[in-house]
Design a protein around this ligand. Structure first.
Ligand code: 5CA
Length: 445
């Protein structure tokens, strides 16, 4: 992409309505535009990051054996009357009446609808286990939408639902989701800590939230500092191996880590004082096991190997895809702007031409651009007729992790400059070497 042809409405001033850094930078970097309280358009740069995050989510879901599909945003109220949640959900639910006076709603989550799909098509224990998921817009009429995409009213969520014959199998699905979530967040450059939480309107006793530590987080969290030393890394876990998945759950949940809803001062105080931490966190996902809470009232049953009809055991598992865009910025920025982790960056590398219109620099930039594209990468080439300072400021704000700077003086010596956004370190090298470095950095990401 050439910046001169892109749509990147960068703001020079800090928008007054933004209280936290991610919201401020998303507005300044031209990623989003608010259309109504808690409802946003995703401008090209924001949309790109959203899609990169979604793609990682899909890859890790499919790796775990989960099946993608798509359910609608609008749902008939009758399904929710069956589960009893139509009245329980209260004012957070956006209720709509169609022209035939039928009660509809904009889905805040999909337990009822997926249970309806399951009961219509699945009847035997032989079809289990099964986990279906989708990534779809949700609507919750939050009383205080704030912090940009972090607490929106309309937001993008991956929600997955497991169907199992027994509680034991459903708990394996829970553990499997925990493992896949650890992988998912680490690929986005995040440490998200599973913490014992409250299940709220979804229901059930077993639930963990995944929290990214950040001073601007909405949740108060209490944890044993040892938990932050845990890394999932590149372990190759067999998702069908119950014991292996359970071992990961035990490793990542055996130390104290709870949100304020489940915090227990007496248990917390048993940890040595030097390891006790009270902090804030951003909830980027949550997993639930709720057994037969929906399958029983809605009649989602299978015939077991003894010929008996039994309700299936279920859980649901969510990732806040749009919230993650903000959470990643909260975790990775400096006073000049965003610093995207390689896994989610909107463009892999920036190219800055210091003397637009100079035949040699224009030619060298075009060659670097073509070589990166040939390697399957997406560069963003700042080919505008702007001062170097303005080009650097834009690159720093939008946060591409790598920048190749091409100027007449360097080129005369056969060199360009490769700069890391994270460290600020620059290195001179030939254009070919710079392209080879960028290729090597993104190999395996
Ligand atoms: N049905 C279950 C699991 S699929 C469910 O809805 N879980 S949830 O309520 O915890 O939502 C899943 C994730 O969506 C949360 O962890 C959070 O990251 C994100 N989320 C929830 N509410 C909002 C909101 N108002 N704005 C942005 N993201 C949100």
């Amino acid at each position: 992409m050439r910046l001169s042809r892109y749509f990147l409405p960068v703001l020079k001033e800090n928008p007054a309505e933004a209280q936290i850094v991610s919201h401020r930078y998303m507005l300044r970097a031209g990623m989003i535009k608010q259309q109504a309280a808690g409802i946003y358009s995703w401008l090209p740069m924001g949309f790109k990051v959203l899609k990169r995050i979604e793609e990682i989510v899909h890859q890790e879901q499919i790796r775990a054996g989960h099946i993608p599909m798509l359910m609608p945003t609008l749902q008939p109220a009758d399904l929710w009357r069956e589960s009893g949640r139509y009245d329980d959900y209260g004012e957070e639910m956006l209720r709509i009446t169609d022209r035939h006076k039928r009660d509809m709603l904009y889905g805040p989550t999909n337990e009822e609808m997926i249970t309806d799909i399951f009961r219509a098509h699945v009847g035997s224990y032989k079809d289990l286990p099964m986990t279906l998921y989708h990534v779809q817009w949700k609507f919750r009429d939050e009383i205080r939408p704030r912090f940009g995409v972090m607490r929106g009213r309309e937001f993008y969520m991956k929600d997955g639902y497991n169907f199992d014959l027994t509680k034991e199998d459903a708990l394996h699905a829970y553990n499997r989701h925990l493992v896949s979530y650890l992988r998912t967040y680490e690929r986005m450059g995040l440490q998200a800590i599973p913490m014992r939480a409250d299940s709220g309107p979804i229901g059930g006793d077993d639930t963990h939230e995944f929290l990214v530590l950040a001073s601007t987080g909405e949740s108060e969290v209490f944890y044993d500092s040892e938990i932050t030393d845990l890394k999932f890394g590149d372990r190759d876990i067999d998702y069908d191996d119950h014991a292996a998945c359970r071992a990961v759950l035990e490793e990542f949940t055996s130390r104290y880590a709870r949100t304020d809803e489940t915090h227990d001062e007496a248990v917390f105080n048993q940890i040595p004082e030097a390891r006790r931490r009270v902090a804030r966190g951003i909830e980027v996902g949550q997993i639930f096991y709720f057994g037969t809470k929906y399958s029983e009232p809605m009649g989602a049953t299978v015939v077991n190997d003894k010929g008996e009809r039994v309700p299936v055991h279920m859980g649901s598992h969510g990732i806040g895809v749009s919230r993650l865009v903000g959470a990643i910025i909260e975790a990775s920025h400096d006073d000049k702007g965003i610093i995207w982790p390689e896994g989610v960056t909107p463009f892999h590398c920036g190219i800055v031409n210091l003397k637009q219109g100079d035949a040699a620099t224009d030619g060298a930039c075009a060659e670097i651009y073509a070589a990166l594209v040939k390697a399957g990468l997406e560069p963003l080439y700042d080919d505008r007729d702007e001062r170097a300072g303005a080009k650097f400021a834009t690159m720093d704000l939008i946060g591409l992790p790598w920048r190749i700077t091409v100027g007449p003086r360097g080129l005369a010596a056969g060199k360009v400059e490769l700069t890391s956004r994270r460290t600020g370190d620059s290195e001179e090298m030939t254009p070919e070497a710079a392209v080879a470095r960028i290729k090597a950095i993104y190999e395996g990401i």
